[in-house]
Design a protein around this ligand. Structure first.
Ligand code: NAD
Length: 767
């Protein structure tokens, strides 16, 4: 099959439309085809409607407006011929074998040989899908099972059949990994593959065991989440999220296709309450509510016994029940529930080795990525102990699969010479390999010691002369310690290394400066300390910018405030596609003061589309920063110039470090640090016109009274102070203005109230 230059998705429903969007996000032109609806005025109504709907959906399926233009709507009657030109056709139509096969026959009349065809089926075996379609079709056919929503869910289950060409499957895998950003888990052609089969079993157990135990859903969700490294939605919250109405379909399909002895059947019990809820429209968050709902007086939870809603209450579990290490040894109602659900789920997981998956790594990855579990089932078993688990299962009359029994005394994962190995179905340990080209700091850290380290950051050697600077503070917030370590790192690099990458593997790249520390210092009026920290940030960020070697920052998730300013001062950025970048200081009553204003001014002033004169660039930065704009993707960050046009974007999170390192190395030869910019700024009249713009927002009710104070300070910095139109302002002068404005604001009770509210509630105060 080779390169995929053009693709097509057939079926413009929930999944198909969003899968097409992900191809577009990857920069690949894609046709989106559906049927011609009876009586429709426009023949492409379904695909066109799906695209229009996606442009309004939040969280957005598209990463940018430009991406949306890569999707061409069509219909399978008029546009079938267009399939002749594409390299991959994804089928995502109704879950009916006859209808899917009928479509495949049509595809066969037009597709070019070697064009991959894949189905997004959740339940139909590959062997059935290709039956009677000929060897040529089977050779180019795989199942690519995306999860909903396809942009955000990283898991992709890939099934290839007995007749599938291995090279074609490998090409699809590589493209889905590198370009679509998915982590591919190869599964066997067995019902429900891995994630749905094990996940739905777990959810069903979670429901029926809670009913049997007479447990309130709040307690069930509390014990079935945090202690086990499972998201706080637990079981009932998750069913509400995915939709109760989906459950009967998946259950019926798994019930019909799994062999008689499979443990799933015992969990697949008829639950009259769920039936009634679906009939009454309580299908979850997308309907009137589900197990939880928003009642007139606030959130409500359903009583499993009576089916009546009542006010939701806080789960009230003793501390010990919230720790995995203690939980399973307790004999309370909630602890017994947790054990019965988890024990049987882990037992079932062990029975799937060799059946749904070749190895435990696939099962763990499927549950981590498909359900956001912190630990996969076998990692959980290692935490509990395989032997202890097997004994407890046997004691309670639950099945002990042979694979679990055989692990007696062994760990499912072990460290060997700094590398991770897993226990195979053959009883031997095997190296846990990453996809080719994947470099994870997690692995670097297992194998060695940091080059430098303090309480808030570490520095690692990632090979080929590249050092990696890692924040290790809470939320990767910025403080005096990690600033100082960055300072030392910049001095260290030229001694024996060639380039620096700034990267980590936390939840987010960096939440920005540590506001707690700032508030503490302000409360004791330690203004000198605050000034010192602002000045240190200035000095070290500029040292980073003018370092004699290339520096590449690699953000993912949130990169806010000072975390965004680090990007602005690096020679280049390699961003994960899901990077949410912004200068959000105004939201907490401050202005960017580690060079955020000066860098953004320089970028906008140099933008080829900016009209002449000093005002347009300053206004643009004012607009972006005063509203605390955060990009919703890396692609969008380019529109705000938080990223430069030539900054790189990695679709796969696991490839970010390798890509950043490669980018840094590509810059080494002949590297010249940037020349400090000079600025032309609009002066007092500019500040006045920014003030007028802000006041307009206030009159419309969008901006608050204190927003005016903050906006006034920001306008002062961006306009260059109190002279009239000013030529040739230096970078140093803007930094002075940033610093002075910051210090005035942090002394203002309005700002302190904002910071305090942000720290206690996580939400901005609109004073
Ligand atoms: P959907 O009902 O939202 O959309 C199906 C679309 O297919 C509709 O727009 C319909 O008009 C179209 N269609 C029907 N017959 C067609 C034909 N002959 N030619 C072209 N288009 C046709 O369904 P969905 O939820 O998007 O599911 C699609 C597939 O993805 C199914 O196989 C399903 O099992 C699978 N899947 C769904 C999810 C999920 O969460 N919804 C997750 C993973 C996989």
């Amino acid at each position: 099959m080779g390169e995929i230059r053009k693709a097509a998705v057939i079926g413009a429903g929930t999944m198909g439309a969003a899968i097409a969007a992900q191809f577009a996000n990857a920069g690949v032109p894609v046709f989106l085809l559906d049927i011609v609806p009876a009586g429709a005025k426009t023949r492409n109504a379904l695909a066109e409607g799906a695209i229009a709907k996606m442009l309004k959906t939040d969280p957005a399926p598209f990463m940018s407006k430009g991406a949306a233009r890569l999707v061409t709507p069509g219909n399978i009657e008029d546009d079938l011929g267009k399939l002749a030109d594409v390299d991959w056709i994804v089928e995502a139509i109704v879950e009916r074998l006859d209808i899917k096969q009928d479509l495949y026959r049509k595809i066969e009349t037009v597709r070019k040989p070697g064009c991959a065809v894949s189905s997004n089926t959740s339940t139909i075996p590959l062997a059935k899908l290709v039956e009677g379609l000929g060897a040529g079709f089977a050779r180019d056919f795989v199942i690519t099972h995306f999860f909903n929503p396809p942009r955000y869910m990283r898991l992709l289950e890939l099934v290839s059949g007995a007749g599938t060409d291995a090279g074609l499957a490998a090409d699809v895998e590589r493209f889905a990994d590198v370009r679509l950003g998915k982590t591919i888990v190869r599964t066997k052609d067995s019902p429900g593959f891995i994630a749905n089969r094990l996940g739905v079993y777990w959810l069903m157990l979670g429901v029926i065991e809670a009913i049997d135990a007479g447990l309130d859903i709040e307690d069930a969700d509390a014990v079935m989440s945090k202690p086990l490294g499972i998201p706080k939605t637990g079981v009932f919250g998750l069913i509400d999220l995915v939709g109760l109405d989906l459950m009967p379909h998946i259950n019926a399909s798994l019930g019909a296709t799994l062999p008689a002895g499979d443990a799933f059947h015992a969990a697949n019990r008829d639950v009259p309450l769920i039936k009634k809820m679906i009939a009454d429209g309580y299908i979850g968050r997308k309907g009137k509510g589900g197990f939880y709902r928003r009642g007139e007086k606030g959130r409500e939870a359903i009583d499993l016994a009576s089916g009546e809603y009542r006010a939701v209450r806080k789960a009230n579990l003793p501390e010990a029940e919230l720790k995995l290490g203690k939980l399973l040894g307790l004999d309370s109602k909630a602890a017994r529930y947790a054990w019965r659900v988890l024990g049987q789920t882990l037992s079932y997981a062990a029975s799937l080795v060799g059946d749904a998956a070749d190895d435990i790594g696939a099962i763990d990855a499927a549950m981590r990525l498909g359900y956001n579990w912190r630990w996969g089932p076998f990692e959980l078993i290692d935490l509990i102990g395989a032997e202890a688990l097997a004994a407890k299962l046997a004691k309670d009359g639950f099945a002990v699969p042979a694979f679990l029994a055989a692990a007696k005394g062994k760990k499912f994962y072990r460290l060997q010479g700094g590398a991770r190995e897993y226990l195979g179905a053959d009883g031997a340990y095997h190296a846990l390999t990453r996809a080719e080209g994947v470099l994870l700091l997690e692995d670097v850290k297992r194998a060695g010691k940091p080059v430098l380290k303090n309480s808030s950051a570490s520095v690692w050697d990632v090979g080929d002369g590249v050092l990696c600077f890692e924040y290790t503070s809470k939320s990767n917030s910025l403080d005096a310690q990690n600033l100082e370590l960055l300072n030392q790192t910049i001095d260290l690099v030229p001694k024996a290394h060639r380039a620096l990458v700034i990267y980590n593997e936390g939840q987010n790249f960096s939440a920005g400066a540590n506001l707690g520390l700032a508030l503490f210092a302000a409360n004791i009026a330690a203004w000198g300390e605050i000034e010192k920290l602002v000045a240190a940030g200035h000095t070290i960020y500029k040292k980073l910018k003018y370092a004699p070697f290339p520096t590449v920052a690699a953000p993912f998730g949130m990169a806010l405030g000072g975390g965004c300013e680090i990007l602005l001062h690096s020679s280049a950025v390699q961003a994960h596609a899901e990077a949410y970048i912004g200068l959000v200081e105004c939201g907490v009553g401050l202005v960017p003061a580690w060079g955020g204003c000066s860098e953004m001014l320089a970028r906008w002033a140099a933008h080829p589309k900016m009209p002449h004169g000093p005002m347009p660039a300053a206004s643009k930065v004012f607009e972006i920063v005063s509203t605390a704009t955060v990009s919703k993707s890396a692609a969008e960050a380019k529109e705000y110039l938080f990223l430069r046009a030539d900054d790189g974007i990695s679709m796969n999170r696991d490839r970010l470090l390798a890509d950043a390192k490669a980018r840094a190395l590509s810059l080494v030869e002949g590297y010249v640090p940037p020349v400090p910019p000079t600025y032309k700024l609009p002066g007092v009249s500019g500040a006045v016109s920014m003030g007028i713009a802000a006041d307009d927002f206030r009159r419309k009710g969008v901006a608050t009274t204190y927003d005016m104070v903050v906006a006034g300070e920001l306008a002062g910095v961006l306009s260059g102070g109190d002279a009239d139109i000013i030529d040739e302002v230096t970078e140093a002068r803007i930094l002075e203005l940033e610093r002075a404005a910051f210090i005035r604001l942090i002394k203002n009770p309005g700002t302190l109230a904002r910071i305090e509210t942000m720290l206690t509630t996580g939400k901005p105060l609109r004073n």
